[in-house]
Design a binder for this molecule. Structure first.
Ligand code: DNO
Length: 413
């Protein structure tokens, strides 16, 4: 084989491996991330309150910490969207201008990929942060009847019953009865600690207030508020070379009476049309989208390919009663090889057309608590233990290497 022929058959690059880092308070330090073999970091400056500007100095400091550890800040996850923008009430002009200012400061420091979500009030939600699997490891799990127990018995939301089936309501009541006071407290805290990246110490009263602020909001109104946000920030993003990537709803259906608008191919297509511009893109999260039986993930990658800017790889096992738990990265209900094959095809397209930043960054999303991490919680952030995510990364790395090797073999034939 001559040199040019061997170049044609050489293995093409895998996607860019990244790990999430919650900042200096993360119990998994940057030095460990480096040892996983990942080269990129998805990270945010969590200490800055939602809506406030990230100054250039803040950005530089965060970036320097990552680079000093030998890693690269490939995606901001997330620049949070202030709640007023989602509800459409309040000092919107200020929040839009702050968001644009943050994007400008990030771009000025060379950070040009920004993930965000548009889930009202709550980020992701599970009903069990420590579900024990038969092999002794632990994972995150969602059970509709437990959410019903939270909603009806703990939160006592008016009209909550209407959102559940009679079976779920009965199961919720039975299950709630089995819990003692301490168990109830632990269960409630697990749900309302909103976002494990930043513990806000919220109370049930705070959640009631948050929900009340969204009471007037249906899916159409929330969608209109997202369209307004995009109209306000996408032109700036485009001008300064920043790509925005919306994260899907997790779980991908309404919870606690709150609308969800980023859950399937149709809703995502509508969002991408709101500003038909590459700066308005998607964070493709297989874990979130894979919970909905009707979502055909490989087809969705093909449909949205050029607009996918960041990727979360993880799989959930769906159960017949609507529950799901977070399975191994190559197990569960997601056809991971098929999804990754499509993503690699898109990356190849970008590389061959000479696009800047052609390599698609992904992170192994969530991971089990296993081995030496068992018993460490609450020190370990739910979903973000080191060893479980590293297992996921290793499996995904192997999957990509295998797919690339198979391509090489078929090219050679
Ligand atoms: C959960 C994450 C989400 C995600 C945000 C993006 O582990 O995937 O919290 O970071 O929704 O804004």
């Amino acid at each position: 084989m001559n040199d040019s022929a061997s170049a044609a058959f050489s293995t093409r690059p895998a996607m860019l491996e990244a790990f999430r880092w919650f900042g200096p308070a993360d119990p998994v330090p940057l030095a460990w991330l480096r040892q996983t073999g990942a080269t990129g970091v998805f990270s945010a400056i969590h200490r800055i309150p939602y809506g406030e500007v990230w100054s250039r100095a803040d950005v530089r400091e965060h970036k320097t910490a990552i680079e000093t550890a030998g890693l690269r800040w490939v995606a901001v996850e997330s620049v949070p969207v202030h709640e007023d923008i989602k509800t459409g009430r309040g000092d919107l002009a200020r929040w839009f201008e702050n968001y644009r200012a943050t994007l400008r400061n990030l771009a000025a420091e060379g950070v040009r990929l920004v993930i965000y979500n548009f889930m009202p009030a709550l980020d992701w939600l599970r009903t069990d942060m420590r579900h024990r699997l038969p092999d002794g490891s632990e994972c995150l799990r969602f059970d509709p009847h437990r959410l019903a127990a939270f909603d009806i018995h703990a939160l006592q939301r008016k009209g909550a019953e209407a959102d559940y089936t009679p079976e779920q309501i009965a199961r919720a009541a039975d299950w709630w009865q089995t819990l003692g006071d301490t168990e109830r407290e632990t269960f409630i805290a697990g749900i309302i600690d909103v976002f494990p990246g930043c513990k806000w110490g919220l109370s049930l009263g705070d959640i009631r207030d948050m929900l009340a602020r969204h009471a007037h909001l249906d899916a159409a109104a929330l969608r209109a508020n997202l369209a307004r946000f995009l109209a306000e920030v996408v032109p700036t993003a485009e001008q300064i070379g920043v790509r925005l990537a919306i994260h899907p709803d997790d779980p991908p259906f309404p919870v606690l009476g709150l609308p969800r608008i980023v859950s399937d191919a149709e809703s995502i297509a509508a969002i991408l049309r709101m500003a038909d511009n590459p700066a308005n893109g998607l964070c493709f999260c297989t874990g979130s989208l894979g919970v909905r039986t009707t979502n055909d993930l490989p087809a969705m990658v093909r449909q949205f390919a050029p607009r996918i800017h960041a990727v979360h790889l993880r799989s959930s096992q769906r159960l017949p009663d609507g529950a799901f738990y977070e399975a191994g990265h190559l197990e569960g209900s997601v056809d991971m090889p098929a999804v990754v094959r499509e993503l690699l095809a898109e990356q190849d397209r970008r590389q061959s057309t000479g696009e800047r930043d052609w390599q698609l960054p992904f992170r192994p999303d969530h991971g089990r608590v296993m081995l030496d991490d068992l018993g460490k919680p609450p020190g370990v952030t739910p979903g973000y233990s080191c060893i479980g995510r590293m297992r996921g990364l290793a499996e995904l790395r192997g999957l990509m290497a295998g797919l690339r090797a198979a391509e090489k073999d078929s090219n050679a034939q």
